[in-house]
Design a protein around this ligand. Structure first.
Ligand SMILES: Cc1cc2nc3c(=O)[nH]c(=O)nc-3n(C[C@H](O)[C@H](O)[C@H](O)COP(=O)(O)O)c2cc1C
Length: 517
C-alpha cells in the first residue's frame, strides 16, 4: 500500500494533467457518438460548446450596446431597475437613441404645459393616476370597478412564476393600489395578499374547472363569493406570444398545491386545448360573458392578440344588436411575453401591438362602441412615452408582465421555460425562489408603478393635459418610412399564392408516402 501511495505522490502534477487530457480525447473519439465536433476535434472541441453556453451572458454584459438587446434593451431594463429602487433613473448628456429612426415616437409638448392647481390631488399624492373609465359601468354590472392605477400586473400564473414572485407582486400591487391579474393557473394563496385581483382563465379553466375539464359556473360563483379581492374576470382567447396554441402541464410538475389551486389531479398530465369548450361561436362567447357577469355581479372582459378581423366585426355587430358585450378588452401585442412558446409562434403569429390595436379599435369606433368598453393594452408598454402613445390610440389602462418581473429582480436570462430562472422569479425550484426577499421586492414593484405613474403624469402635463386619457392621435408623432405603416404580403409582393389542396391532418398521417416512420 505504501509503495502505491509513494508512486502516486511521485507523479508530477503535469503528468496528471496530460493523463486527464488523454482520457478526455479517448472518450471523445471512441465512446461519445452524439457530437461530431468533439469526435473530429477531441478535447479542443469542448471549447466550442463551452463558449456557446456562455455566449448570451458575454453578449449581454460586454458586447451588446445599450439599445441593441431584445425583448428589453439595457437602457429600458436599467430604467425599470432604478425606478423600482427609487434610485436616479435619469440619463446624462442627451438621448442615445436615433430619433430619426423608423417607428420612433414623439410626444408633442405644449407651449405652456398643464399647471397643477394648488388643491389638486397630485399635490399630496404625486403618484395618483387611476383609470378614467369604470369597468362594467356601461353594462350596469352589480359591482363595477375602476382600477385605481393605470398600470397593473398582467396575466402570469402561479406555476409559470414562483410562489415568492407572485406573493411579492400581490403585496406590491396592494402597496401601489394597482390590480394583479392571476394568469391561467387559478387563484393561489399567493395572489391573496391584499391587492385587487382580476381572475383570468383560459381553455384549461384552472380554478373553475369541472371534473371533465369544462368550465364550471358553480365553481366560478363559489370562487368569487369566497374571494372579495376579485374585482373583474378576464376570459383569455389568446395571448400575443402564442395565439391559438394549447399546452400540456406535465404530471411531474403537478404538486399537491398546484393540483388544489388548479382543480386538477396530482401527478397526471393536464391538457390546455388550443380552443375553448365553453363556447363555439361569437354569440356563445357573448352569452358566456353575460352569464358570468349575471351570476357573479362582476365585470367580465376578454383578452386576445389580434390577427384576422372578421370575428371582431361580428362581435361588434352583435354588441350593437343586443346592447350587451364585454366590459373590457385586453389587447396583447405579438411582441408579448410568455413562460414558454415555440419561436415560430412567438416570432410570427399575431400582429404587433400598434397594428393589432389600431385595427381593432377602428372596428369598435366605427360602430360607436368604444365608450362601452375599457381598453387595456399589453406588449412592452410599461414605459411612460410608450404608454402615452397607447393612450393616444385609445387605451384606458396598461398591463405589464415582464416589466413587473424585472422590477422584482428578473435579469432577462430568457430561460423561463427551463425552470432554472437564476432570479427565482420564473421557477418552481425552492432553492432559487428562496433568494427572493418578498417584502423588499414588493416595495420595488410598488415603487416602479409609482415612478411610472409620476413620470407618465409629467409627460401628460408637458403635453398640456391633466390625465393621459386626454391624449389624442395628433399628440403623438411616429417616424414612418413611407405612406404605408404595414401592408400584407399580397400588396408587397404582388401575387396571391395558389391554394394548397388539404383535407385534414388525419389524411396526411395516413398517406402511404409519409416519411419518418
Ligand atoms: C412568465 C409569463 C407568464 C405569462 N402567463 C400568461 C397567462 O397565463 N395568460 C395570458 O394571457 N398571458 C400570459 N402572459 C403574457 C402577459 O400577460 C402579457 O400579455 C405579455 O407578456 C405582454 O406584456 P409585457 O410586454 O409587459 O410582458 C405571460 C407572460 C409571461 C412573461
Amino acid at each position: 500500500m505504501d509503495s502505491i501511495g509513494t508512486l502516486i505522490t511521485s507523479i508530477p502534477w503535469w503528468l496528471w494533467v496530460i493523463a486527464f487530457i488523454v482520457l478526455v480525447a479517448i472518450w471523445d473519439i471512441f465512446f461519445q457518438r452524439s457530437h461530431t465536433i468533439k469526435h473530429n476535434f477531441p478535447v479542443v472541441g469542448h471549447l466550442r460548446y463551452w463558449l456557446e453556453s456562455i455566449g448570451p451572458e458575454m453578449r449581454q454584459y460586454f458586447v451588446a450596446n445599450n439599445r441593441e438587446e431584445l425583448p428589453f434593451n439595457r437602457i429600458e431594463r436599467g430604467w425599470i431597475y432604478a425606478s423600482a429602487k427609487k434610485e436616479n433613473n435619469y440619463e446624462g448628456f442627451g438621448t442615445d437613441r436615433d430619433i430619426y429612426a423608423h417607428q420612433h415616437i414623439f410626444v408633442k409638448n405644449a407651449m405652456i404645459g398643464y399647471q397643477i392647481p394648488k388643491d389638486h390631488p397630485n399635490i399630496n399624492n404625486p403618484y395618483f393616476l387611476p383609470c378614467a373609465k369604470v369597468i362594467g359601468g356601461y353594462n350596469k354590472r352589480e359591482k363595477p370597478f375602476r382600477p385605481a392605477s393605470v398600470i397593473n400586473v398582467s396575466a402570469m400564473s402561479f406555476g409559470s412564476l414562483s410562489a415568492a414572485a407572485v406573493e411579492a407582486m400581490n403585496k406590491g400591487v396592494h402597496k401601489a393600489n394597482a390590480y394583479h391579474n392571476t394568469g391561467e393557473g387559478g387563484l393561489s394563496p399567493y395572489h391573496k395578499q391584499g391587492g385587487d385581483v382580476v381572475f383570468h382563465f383560459g381553455t384549461g379553466y384552472f380554478g373553475v374547472r369541472s371534473k371533465e375539464g369544462n368550465f364550471s359556473m358553480e365553481k366560478m360563483k363559489k370562487l368569487v363569493h369566497e374571494n372579495p379581492c376579485i374585482k373583474a374576470i378576464e376570459i383569455k382567447l389568446s395571448q400575443g406570444a402564442k395565439p391559438g396554441k394549447g399546452g400540456v402541464l406535465p404530471g411531474a410538475k403537478i404538486t399537491k398545491e398546484i393540483a388544489n389551486i388548479r382543480g386538477v389531479e396530482v401527478g397526471k398530465d393536464v391538457l390546455s386545448p388550443a380552443t375553448h369548450k365553453a363556447f363555439n361561436s361569437i354569440s356563445e362567447l357573448l352569452q358566456l360573458i353575460e352569464a358570468i357577469a349575471k351570476e357573479t355581479g362582476l365585470p367580465v372582459g376578454i383578452k386576445a392578440a389580434i390577427g384576422k378581423l372578421q370575428q371582431w366585426e361580428e362581435l361588434a355587430d352583435l354588441m350593437v344588436k343586443t346592447g350587451k358585450g364585454p366590459d373590457f378588452i385586453t389587447v396583447d401585442g405579438g411582441e408579448g411575453g410568455t413562460g414558454a412558446a415555440p419561436p415560430s409562434f412567438a416570432d410570427h403569429v399575431s400582429l404587433p401591438w400598434v397594428y393589432g390595436f389600431a385595427s381593432l379599435y377602428k372596428i369598435f369606433k366605427n360602430k360607436n362602441l368604444t365608450e362601452r368598453i375599457v381598453f387595456v393594452g399589453s406588449g412592452k408598454l410599461g414605459f411612460p412615452a410608450k404608454a402615452a402613445m397607447a393612450f393616444a390610440m385609445g387605451i384606458d389602462c396598461i398591463n405589464v408582465a415582464r416589466e413587473a418581473m424585472m422590477s422584482i429582480g428578473c435579469i432577462q436570462a430568457q430561460i423561463c421555460h427551463t425552470n432554472r430562472c437564476p432570479a427565482g422569479v420564473a421557477t418552481q425550484s425552492k432553492w432559487l425562489q428562496n433568494g427572493i426577499n418578498v417584502p423588499l421586492k414588493s416595495d420595488r414593484l410598488a415603487q416602479y408603478f409609482k415612478t411610472f405613474r409620476k413620470e407618465f403624469l409629467e409627460i401628460t402635463r408637458a403635453a398640456g393635459y391633466e390625465h393621459p386619457s386626454q391624449f389624442t392621435m395628433q399628440d403623438i408623432q411616429v417616424n414612418v418610412d413611407d405612406d404605408y405603416l404595414s401592408s400584407d404580403l399580397r400588396t408587397v409582393y404582388g401575387y396571391e399564392k395558389t391554394p394548397v389542396p388539404f383535407t385534414d391532418i388525419q389524411a396526411l398521417m395516413e398517406c402511404a408516402y409519409l416519411g419518418g416512420q
